[in-house]
Design a protein around this ligand. Sequence first.
Ligand SMILES: CC(C)(COP(=O)(O)OP(=O)(O)OC[C@H]1O[C@@H](n2cnc3c(N)ncnc32)[C@H](O)[C@@H]1OP(=O)(O)O)[C@@H](O)C(=O)NCCC(=O)NCCS
Length: 331
Amino acid sequence: MSATIKASQGAPYSRIYGVGGERGNRVVSNAEMCTIIDSSDEWIQQRTGIVERRWATEDQTPLSMSLVAGRKAIERSGVDPSQIDGVLVATGSHTQQFPSLAVSVAAGLGLKDPAATDLSSACAGFCYGLSLADSMVRTGSAKYVLVVGVEILSRQTDFTDRGTAFLFGDGAGAVVVGPSESPGIGPVVWGSDGDAADVIWTDEWNAALEAGKKPVIHMEGNKVFRWATTFIAEKTAEALEAAGLAPEELDVFIPHQANNRITDSMLRRMHLPESVVISRDIRQMGNSSAASIPIAMEALLESGEAKSGDTALVIGFGAGLVYAGQVVLLP
Ligand SMILES: CC(C)(COP(=O)(O)OP(=O)(O)OC[C@H]1O[C@@H](n2cnc3c(N)ncnc32)[C@H](O)[C@@H]1OP(=O)(O)O)[C@@H](O)C(=O)NCCC(=O)NCCS
């Protein structure tokens, strides 16, 4: 007998309702960094654009920072927390395999019985989450989804490696995604290349701990740089095209804050007009991986450089290698 099963159906489109961020409390200047590694303020600024980075203080954890960012995003969204039935947390900094960080974020925010899970997509995690949230809302598997990106990379940094130690920052950013009558999140352009899994990676945790070592991040910076300035620059342009926008119709560009020189090469590829607001949040934040895009989004809205309703192109890329990008309307 062949029975027909019912399929869920959701809203015609989705959009971002609110954004919130939280940065590590401690400001670490390049001068202070250069007391730890053999480098200079001039070299770091010239190669990356970083002036200072934010590190979590001892009292800050991935959970505490997610709760601050999540609370802000929910308050600003105007959505009643009882309506939030999905929580996605993108992170590489949660130090337990299970339970997920997402279930603790949901409980800490007082959300009742939402679907909740973590995403392991490194610096692309927030944009992966955004796309999944969009699908959840449009297929009806959730009505409102909280998407969080959170990292405490300073606790996974190898301070004996001057090729990576100056890059990383700590923070959390969150958005609420929900139903919309018109498109507020464009098609995602995403993918992965597991053959390049050895370009950015963390130590295998058990092996490191058994050897009495802290698991840390390793990276072949040059290879990442080349990939980001060629392949990812192309994909960034594709994400804009997928949304049906000409460069002149874009208001804001918020790439993953990995390196200002990577951002510059994307701009050269896309021929964006001067009027487009470009996020350079890395200057004050360092690279906060999954958290960088929502934190940068909040900063542009708070400073008034960007405004609600603006079209913004976001793209995350990193360890995997993985990437995901889409155009969104700012909340
Ligand atoms: C990390 C990064 C800034 C290094 O810049 P780079 O121009 O590629 O530098 P290289 O690794 O080629 O090193 C160039 C020289 O600077 C030196 N150097 C490396 N780190 C240094 C530091 N902190 N201070 C001073 N000199 C440094 C190297 O030893 C090398 O010297 P040599 O030529 O005498 O051997 C750059 O590769 C990068 O940003 N990559 C992408 C990283 C990234 O975005 N990762 C996350 C993706 S999500």
